[in-house]
Structure formats: structure tokens, C-alpha cells
Design a protein around this ligand. Structure first.
Ligand code: 5GP
Ligand code: ZN
Length: 111
């Protein structure tokens, strides 16, 4: 998808602070962080949202999240993974992405 913002980040046509990359996945800092650590994990292959991803792609992205959070000391204190899908969830970029939030105490859903 030549027009897609996150495809352009994958190709290096738009700058982002990349923190992780392998053959199928990359991760970069969100431009408008909602927590001390706010990263976006994406498959390099374009899909519009999680429901378009196949099992292999979902596995690749969660494996990358596990690898990154384990080796960067996030998994011990904890982190949150969010994927907004469609208008009710306010999805604004239509390249499937997984927000990884952490680095501080996050609010609970009931608070
Ligand atoms: P959504 O609202 O679709 O779940 O999340 C899209 C995310 O992409 C937002 O958190 C927004 O801050 C982030 N974002 C939008 N444009 C850019 C950009 O050009 N660079 C980076 N690094 N993040 C972006
Ligand atoms: Zn894309």
C-alpha cells in the first residue's frame, strides 16, 4: 500500500524512532505517547486491522512483543497491548498496529 503511513515508516520513507525490527515485524515509538513507554508493533506486510491478519502474522507480532518486552525489562513490571479496530474504537491509521503501553503504573479499566 503505497499511500499508507505505516508502510512508509517500514520502508524508511517517513522517519520514526524504531526500537525493534526483524524480517516480518517492526516497532517504533508513537508520535503522541499516552504513557511513559508507548510503542507501536506492526507487521511489515500491510493489512488494515487485526481481523485481516492471518494466524502467522498475529503470531509474529506477539512473538516480537514478547521478545522486546522481555529483553527491555517491561514484562516484569507489566505492560498493556491495545489494538483499536474500526470507528467505535477510534482507529485512525489503517495499517494493523498494536499499541504497547507501559513503563509506569497504568490506570485500571475500573478506575
Ligand atoms: P490508532 O488511533 O489508529 O489506534 O493509533 C494510531 C497511532 O499512530 C496514534 O497513537 C498516533 O499517535 C500514531 N501516529 C500517527 N501518525 C504517526 C506518525 O507519523 N509517526 C508515529 N510514530 N506515530 C504516529
Ligand atoms: Zn500499510
Amino acid at each position: 500500500m503505497s499511500e499508507c503511513l505505516f508502510c512508509k515508516i517500514v520502508k524508511g520513507e517517513i522517519k520514526a524512532n524504531k526500537v525493534f525490527e526483524n524480517d516480518s515485524v517492526c516497532a517504533f515509538e508513537d508520535i503522541n505517547p499516552q504513557a511513559k513507554v508507548h510503542l507501536l508493533f506492526i507487521n511489515k506486510q500491510h493489512t488494515c486491522n487485526v481481523n485481516e491478519m492471518n494466524e502467522a502474522e498475529i503470531g509474529q507480532v506477539f512473538k516480537a512483543i514478547a521478545e522486546f518486552t522481555t529483553s527491555n525489562n517491561l514484562s516484569k513490571s507489566g505492560f498493556r497491548v491495545v489494538t483499536n479496530t474500526g470507528p467505535d474504537a477510534c482507529q485512525s491509521v489503517f495499517h494493523a498496529h498494536f499499541h504497547v503501553l507501559g513503563g509506569e503504573q497504568l490506570a485500571g479499566f475500573g478506575s
